[in-house]
Design a protein around this ligand. Structure first.
Ligand code: SAM
Length: 176
């Protein structure tokens, strides 16, 4: 299973970005999202509401001590930290190592500033290209490469609505 941890949330300013990290994590195949305690409850509620409507089994949880959580995660799984300073994902040998791991994966994305200790705790510091961009984009590309695009075809069980893809307009079907 693969989970995402977002650290470095700035209350109010990052409301939308952190929500988007959650929506991207879910839509691109992750099993859940861990957030810092200071993240607004409305962020958690928005993501949960999307899960309720659009289905899937995606969990959202706040953590009291994210760094300690990462430390403990390493007892049962691996930690992939997405950072522009890391090894470029375009070098597929790193990605293949991660893909071949049979342990749970925690993908950590940062915000404005990432604590130094994370670079050391991470089993892999991976860059989605070595240019600065965004945690939302980095997460999307990482998950898409991790799943080789298969996540885009995934079914979300328990959905109340689903889209009927169409070349024009919006077609939505109520499922339950
Ligand atoms: N200056 C910050 C730092 O300490 O690394 C980066 C800030 S950036 C706006 C926020 C987050 O986006 C980073 O913590 C990282 O997770 C992600 N990110 C941005 N560019 C990235 C890249 N090229 N590769 C991987 N992750 C990236």
């Amino acid at each position: 299973r693969i989970y995402v941890l977002r650290i470095g949330h700035r209350p109010v300013r990052d409301h939308r970005v952190t929500t988007h990290v959650g929506l991207v994590a879910r839509a691109f195949g992750a099993d859940g999202l861990f957030l810092e305690e200071k993240v607004e409850d409305s962020v958690v509620q928005t993501i949960r509401k999307v899960c309720y409507t659009w289905g899937g089994d995606f969990k959202v949880e706040k953590l009291k001590d994210p760094i300690n959580f990462v430390r403990e995660w390493k007892n049962k799984g691996i930690v992939v930290h997405l950072t522009m300073y890391g090894l470029n994902i375009a070098d597929e040998s790193m990605l293949n190592l991660i893909k071949s791991s049979e342990r749970d994966i925690l993908v950590v994305v940062g915000g404005e500033k990432v604590p130094r200790i994370l670079y050391d705790l991470a089993d892999y510091n991976i860059a989605i290209g070595n240019q600065p961009h965004s945690e939302v984009a980095a997460l999307a590309i990482f998950l898409d490469r991790f799943f080789d695009g298969r996540e885009l075809l995934r079914n979300f069980p328990g959905a109340r609505v689903r889209i009927i893809p169409s070349s024009r307009g919006k077609k939505i079907q109520r499922v339950m």
